[in-house]
Design a protein around this ligand. Structure first.
Ligand code: TPP
Ligand code: MG
Length: 796
């Protein structure tokens, strides 16, 4: 009996010791993080970094949250989460400073190689060959972005993937990507950012879909200078969301309100909520109230300008770290001296980490400076007339204590200008070229996959047709293809408005939900923004989503996550994350202002980093789908709305043939003029060409097939060399994609050298297309207009 009591006492003592240790470790991380914020702000104010935004005031919630973030989990958050990153061991203070200094060495800033502002974190999801890593065995940080609430749509897909892995039988085999869907997506968002539609649309979709998502609202009462009363109904996001509270027999979310200074309270509630969402996939939201911002919003302003004195006093009084310190002392978990030691240690640790990061950042630049100075001084010896100016340049560079890479290049360039064509400048020029190349790799690489998963490396395989190949409606050809593709590739998922039960408004997926299940082919709410986010997040987790926008005109609702998130992902992570979502949509022609748009200029200008496919028919579209599914970059496929009922022959090798990207096809041979176009407009160009035949004018028509990339082997130029006349036609506004093609061929391909007459563009009118057949005729390019312009060109 006595023995048992002493064992219990020893166990209690052990668990108390462990508890105490954990609390003190959390306190230490909080102190280190706070000190990091304080020092980093000074770095910006003294000019060593350009901008800083920090997590001071959010420390306690994040050490608490980190306790429940398990291997396999994902975070989709924003720029206040440095403490969390330190606590889960995925960022060091030194790496934090490297990113602050914009160090372009991926070994120093492993999140973005200096491409992102500080506190924009990421972990690798793919290896250098573009193969997915074993995300189920890692802690995963989807790369942060700056647009407020921009992390929300993607979070939906990251969370939904867990549900797919748990519920879709054919996905169970991918145990390296998921442990039976046990992964929770942790989402952090600022209180003011909950005013964004992104937030509401995501929370609603998560509540409908029931996905494992844990949302943490960091509520510090302000969005920069604008207080909550102007942001949120009832000044409380948890109050405002109450109608979404899950009840017995309904879907919905669980809502918790906690205080940002209450370490113990947050640990308890986070444990409960995250356990529930992990097990049941019911989303949870933690409204973390009464947080502070000790240094204001960012280094770009001071909060004394807009916060009343009482608020500033309150923030000092309710500082989380101060409160945690009081709590530790009250509960006798440590002495005042012990805590002071930890605080002192934190200061030194941060100072040392900062110094190491600065040395690593500056070291390589100093070497460049030394090399440049040596070369310029040698040059001065060979060029006595320019010597004094050259020596002045090199000594200016030497005396620059914080030189940038650009200072080295500017100085070398100035020296080369002075040297002119002189042979003595050979090595200086050589070094200048080497550095230019190096900086190109550091700053201009990885917009797209460049390795084995590049779409541009997919071999062309031609479509094959049996002698008795059936001729079907375009939509039926697609339907056969999707059927085979879903049978072959378990990772394929398709979703969108009306995609599930009826198989999309043009029946591409007709009958396929029944065959492959709701887990793979599904209807969504009317929510283009989060349909895109759903696709992005699923793709990041290694799945292959086809995310549908019902009509191209409605892409505007979903454009932000594509432009800010999908298109920048590979670039902003230095190739460490990819999201090969395929956005499927249809456009160019139907009826009226919102169903006939062809805003291709908008698409190609906002989506650099994605591929833009504009197939003229469904067989070409299928070849492009096949190419895209063999590679890793995101893409948008714009099928021709008026092509679903046109007859096409069904290829035999539906899953094997590929249409290479960036390779135009000559679809009509001619000698007098080159017509460059794509998609539905090609049929109008063909009508015009038929009419011009009667006047002995022979048109060559080029289908560019993809706008991004555009004609990578300059095939259009070959045609222009033969015809010496060129016209670019599409249904976009004037100055849109037709102007883009014009620029590509005439400037980039050097087409201007082969012109006999002025080149032209024919586009739609600047206004949207009016309704009805006449509305279309007088708003969009028509065959008669094309005929007239080309006749005029032939006379010139
Ligand atoms: C779409 C968008 N609009 C505006 C901004 C500029 N901006 C950056 S942070 C911010 C305030 C965000 O406040 P909150 O969500 O409460 O987060 P906090 O910074 O207070 O943690 C604003 C307006 C932005 N980054 N993105
Ligand atoms: Mg705020």
């Amino acid at each position: 009996m006595e023995n048992q009591t002493s064992v219990t006492l020893v166990n209690e003592k052990l668990s108390f010791d462990r508890f105490r240790e954990e609390v003190l470790s959390d306190y230490k991380i909080a102190c280190i993080s706070r000190e990091t914020s304080l020092v980093a702000r000074k770095e910006v104010l003294t000019g060593k970094a350009k901008f800083g935004i920090f997590g001071d005031g959010k420390e306690l919630a994040q050490v608490a949250m980190a306790k429940f973030f398990q291997t396999g989990d994902f975070r989709s958050g924003y720029y206040r989460d440095q403490t969390f990153m330190f606590a889960i061991g995925l960022a060091t203070v030194e790496q934090f400073f490297s990113q602050l200094f914009a160090d372009p060495d991926i070994n120093n800033d492993p999140f973005s190689a200096g491409r992102q502002m500080n506190s924009h974190f990421a972990t690798p999801f793919v290896d250098e060959n573009g193969e997915w890593l074993d995300l189920a065995n890692r802690k995963n940080i989807s790369a942060d972005i700056a647009p407020t609430a921009g992390q929300m749509p993607r979070a939906l897909g990251l969370a939904l993937a867990s549900k797919s892995f748990r519920s879709v039988e054919v996905l169970k085999q991918f145990s390296d990507l998921s442990d039976n869907g046990n992964e929770v997506c942790f989402v952090t968002v600022g209180d003011a950012s909950t005013s964004e539609g992104h937030f509401w649309e995501t929370v609603n979709a998560a509540a409908v879909l029931q996905v494992p998502m844990a949302i943490f609202v960091w509520d510090d009462g302000y969005g920069i200078s604008v207080p909550k009363k102007y942001q949120t109904a009832k000044s409380s996001i948890s109050e405002a969301l109450m109608g979404m509270q899950k009840k017995e027999g309904t879907n919905g979310i669980h809502i918790y309100a906690v205080k940002g200074w209450d370490y113990a309270g947050m640990c308890e509630k986070f444990e409960e909520g995250i356990r529930i969402t992990r097990e049941t996939h019911v989303p949870v939201l933690f409204h973390v109230e009464e947080m502070t911002q000790p240094q204001g919003h960012s280094t770009s302003g001071s909060h004394e300008r807009y916060k009343p004195a009482e608020r500033l006093d309150w923030e000092r009084e309710w500082d989380g770290i101060k409160k945690m310190r009081e709590w530790i002392l009250e509960n006798m978990l440590a002495s005042d001296d012990e805590l002071s030691d930890l605080e002192q240690y934190s200061k030194e640790f941060v100072r040392e980490s900062r110094a190491k990061a600065w040395e690593k950042y500056l070291g390589p630049i100093r070497k460049q400076v030394a090399q440049a100075v040596e070369l310029i001084n040698n040059l001065a010896k060979s060029l006595p007339e320019q010597a004094s100016q050259l020596v002045k340049l090199s000594s200016e560079l030497v005396s620059n204590h914080e030189p940038l890479r650009r200072d080295v290049l500017k100085t070398l360039n100035a020296a080369l200008d002075l040297a002119g064509d002189h042979d003595a400048a050979y090595w200086t020029r050589d070094y200048y070229n080497d550095l230019s190349k190096e900086n190109k790799i550091l700053y201009n690489s990885y917009l797209y996959n460049e390795g084995p998963k590049s779409a541009l490396k997919v071999e062309e395989v031609r479509a094959e047709f049996a002698e008795d190949a059936p001729t079907l409606n375009g939509f039926e050809v697609l339907n056969r293809y999707f059927d085979e593709a879903f049978a072959r590739n378990p990772k394929l998922l398709a979703f969108g408005e009306d995609v599930g039960l009826i198989g999309d408004v043009n029946q591409g997926f007709s009958g396929l939900q029944l065959k492959y299940g709701e887990g793979r082919i599904s209807d969504t709410g009317i929510r283009e923004l989060t349909i895109m986010g759903q696709g992005i997040g699923l793709a990041m987790r290694g799945l292959r989503p086809l995310a549908e926008i019902q009509y191209l005109d409605y892409l505007l609702y979903g454009l932000e996550p594509l432009s800010d998130d999908a298109a920048t992902l590979h670039y902003r992570t230095f190739g460490q994350q990819s999201c090969p979502v395929i956005v499927r949509t249809r456009g160019h022609r139907l009826e009226g202002i919102w169903h006939s748009g062809s805003p291709m200029g908008m698409v190609i200008n906002s989506l650099r980093g994605m591929y833009v496919c504009v197939p003229r028919n469904m067989v070409q579209a299928i070849g492009m789908y096949n190419t895209l599914l063999r590679s890793n970059d995101p893409a948008i496929m714009i099928e021709c709305l008026n092509g679903y009922r046109l007859k096409e022959k069904l290829p035999e090798n539906l899953l094997e043939f590929t249409v290479p990207l960036g390779i135009p096809e000559v679809i009509r041979h001619g000698t007098d003029i080159t017509i460059v176009s794509y998609g539905s407009t090609l049929r109008i160009a063909q009508n015009a060409a038929d009419m011009l035949d009667a006047f002995d004018i022979s048109c060559e028509i080029i289908d560019v097939q993809t706008l991004l990339p555009f004609d990578i082997h300059h095939k259009t130029l070959d045609s222009l060399k033969k015809t010496n006349r060129i016209i670019f036609i599409d249904e976009d506004v004037p100055g849109g994609a037709a102007a883009f093609m014009f620029n590509k061929v005439l400037e980039e391909q050097g087409g201007y050298r082969h012109l006999d007459v002025a080149p032209r563009t024919i586009t739609a009118k600047a206004h949207r297309a009016a309704y009805g057949s006449d509305g279309d005729y007088f708003s969009k390019p028509n065959a008669e207009e094309i005929e007239a312009v080309i006749k005029e060109m032939m006379k010139e």
